[in-house]
Ligand binder design. Structure first.
Ligand SMILES: *[C@@H]1O[C@H](CO)[C@@H](O)[C@H](O)[C@H]1NC(C)=O
Ligand SMILES: *[C@@H]1O[C@H](CO)[C@@H](O)[C@H](O)[C@H]1NC(C)=O
Ligand SMILES: *[C@@H]1O[C@H](CO)[C@@H](O)[C@H](O)[C@H]1NC(C)=O
Ligand SMILES: *[C@@H]1O[C@H](CO)[C@@H](O)[C@H](O)[C@H]1NC(C)=O
Length: 491
């Protein structure tokens, strides 16, 4: 969007037809001026350049994302999005006048369209004559999302920001026809603003009798730049959605109790993951414009640069803890469900302009996303640190009645407890989204661990079988509460 370019097919070849020495000198001066003012990078053939005042001394032409010079094809649909300069109105006829340009010996010159026998021609004034051209480019609003306005201009004022350039020193302009001069026809005389090194140019227009006039004031066509987009009401094409899951190991650790006492062993597991999203593009949208993405069911609003792949690195730390007997250990692994999604979608795009106006449009494009779809804990049975032998454990019975708990307490064997590993959010990097929804404060973590440990001490007895995996600390807390309350009520 900021790619700077100067000449739009501007030819530096010397004009042999130049008879007027003065014109030639001015031409040379303008070429020098051009080289001082603009970075002379040739633009794509049909891109539109607009004026940008970069600083007091440096001005440049930048490529418009929303406007385009399109070769005229004499199909009515093309002119639907053409930029109007004025309206031609007589008793018999009524039609819009569009902005056009013609390539004359390598230099583009602007003009205005005129209807002749159901066709448009481009009228261009050059060297005191005005001539119709059948081959020309017409200025169009590509995706209908560009906005233009005619900005008032006076001599000695800077060229308006966003002014649509025809060549390096010429911009599209018009001048209002005085009411007393207007008979039939157009409200405006179309023409151009020509600036010189001191920025004190003139507006040249052609009147209804094909005579050229110049003025010290008038109106200059300027593109109004949007400053942000908002994408909402996103509907994925479910049939054409391609979703892939890759379950990968994020981090792992060994929790081991090397002390003489049973206790809760804690460890911090930190892992990193990348979140990538690309929402595609559509003609006429401004690349890299700040965009907010509002997705269904996702509280967090993403900020991206439009039409660019945005990647962010996230880091999260989980606290893992388990109650372990002396000399025992447990292996813990954090597993992530890395999900990639590619899907065509439709959405509502709200375009915000600097003049506080907004335009809402429907767009369709393809989205690509890569994110961490979920995480879970995997852990080994408890084993002896000394010889690695797995310790046979009990399983938590699904029917934890008061009686079975009491029974368990009686047959207490401190070693035969099934492993329960807890995971709590410890810290997350500022920009990351929390995967686990049950965020807890440190105080709560301690309480939960305490409750879980108490619960562990009480769940004993029953038959030996495979260890149960519990990934949700909430479930543990709930269970602990049941056990605690039943224990206290019955003793
Ligand atoms: C899954 O992820 C791992 C590590 O990120 C990678 O090496 C592997 O190629 C991925 N597999 C697939 C099928 O994408
Ligand atoms: C990964 O997450 C998706 C939903 O996001 C789920 O359908 C899928 O079963 C998960 N896969 C694994 C192995 O957890
Ligand atoms: C625990 O992890 C170690 C390596 O860190 C491995 O040698 C051992 O077999 C694992 N034990 C169990 C019970 O998975
Ligand atoms: C492993 O070590 C523990 C603790 O020292 C011991 O009780 C157990 O019998 C050992 N197991 C084997 C198979 O050596």
């Amino acid at each position: 969007m900021i790619s700077s370019l100067g000449s739009c097919g501007y030819s530096r070849s010397h004009r042999s037809t130049n008879s007027n020495i003065m014109t030639y000198v001015i031409y040379i001066l303008l070429v020098i001026l051009h080289n001082i003012l603009f970075n002379g990078v040739t633009a794509a053939t049909h891109s539109v350049s607009t004026y940008k005042r970069a600083s007091l001394v440096l001005n440049q032409l930048i490529t418009s994302s929303t406007l385009e010079w399109e070769p005229y094809r004499n199909v009515p649909k093309q002119l639907e999005f053409a930029i109007q300069g004025s309206i031609f109105k007589t008793e018999e006829e009524h039609y819009p006048i569009y902005i056009c340009r013609v390539n004359m010996d390598g230099v583009f010159r602007s003009g205005f369209t005129e209807k002749r026998a159901q066709k448009h021609v481009c009228m261009v004034a050059y060297l005191n004559t005005i001539k119709p051209y059948k081959q020309f480019d017409v200025l169009v609003n590509k995706g209908k999302l560009g906005r233009v306005s005619w900005k008032k201009w006076k001599r000695y004022e800077d060229t308006p920001d966003g002014a649509v350039s025809v060549n390096d020193y010429t911009f599209v302009a018009r001048h209002r026809v005085k009411d007393e001069d207007r008979k039939d026809g157009s409200e405006y005389d179309m023409g151009r603003l020509e600036v010189n090194s001191n920025n004190n140019g003139k507006i040249y227009v052609t009147d209804s009798s094909s005579n050229e006039h110049h003025y010290m004031e008038g109106e200059v066509l300027a593109e109004v730049e949007p400053f942000k987009y908002e994408l909402s009401d996103i509907e994925l094409d479910k049939l054409r959605t391609d979703i892939k899951h890759n379950v990968t190991e994020l981090a792992s650790t060994v929790l081991s109790n090397t002390e003489g006492e049973p206790g809760a062993i804690k460890s911090l597991l930190t892992y990193k993951y990348d979140k990538t999203q690309y929402w595609g593009n559509q003609d006429g949208l401004v690349r890299a414009l700040p965009t907010k993405i509002y997705e269904h069911g996702i509280n967090e609003v993403s900020d991206i640069a439009w039409a660019l792949r945005s990647s962010s690195r996230h880091e999260e730390t989980k606290e893992i803890s388990s109650y372990l007997q002396p000399g025992t250990a447990i292996n813990v692994t954090l597993v992530g469900n890395v999900t990639t999604l590619e899907a065509p979608y439709t959405a509502r795009l709200m375009t915000h302009y600097n003049d506080f106006e907004k335009i809402s449009t429907k767009i369709s494009a393809t989205v690509y996303k890569k994110f961490l779809g979920g995480i879970r804990l995997e852990f080994s049975p408890t084993y002896w640190i000394e010889n690695g032998t797995i310790i046979p454990t009990t399983t938590t019975t699904t029917t934890t009645t008061t009686e079975s708990v009491k029974q368990a307490t009686k047959d207490a064997n401190p070693i035969l407890s099934p492993p329960t590993v807890m995971m709590t959010d410890f810290s997350t990097s500022p920009k990351s989204s929390s995967v686990e929804t049950n965020e807890v404060t440190e105080d709560e973590v301690t309480k939960q661990n305490f409750a879980a440990n108490l619960a562990q001490a009480n769940i004993l007895g029953g038959s030996n079988s495979a260890p149960t995996k519990m990934s949700s600390s909430l479930a543990v807390l709930l269970f602990a509460l049941i056990v605690l309350s039943s224990t206290y009520l019955n003793c």
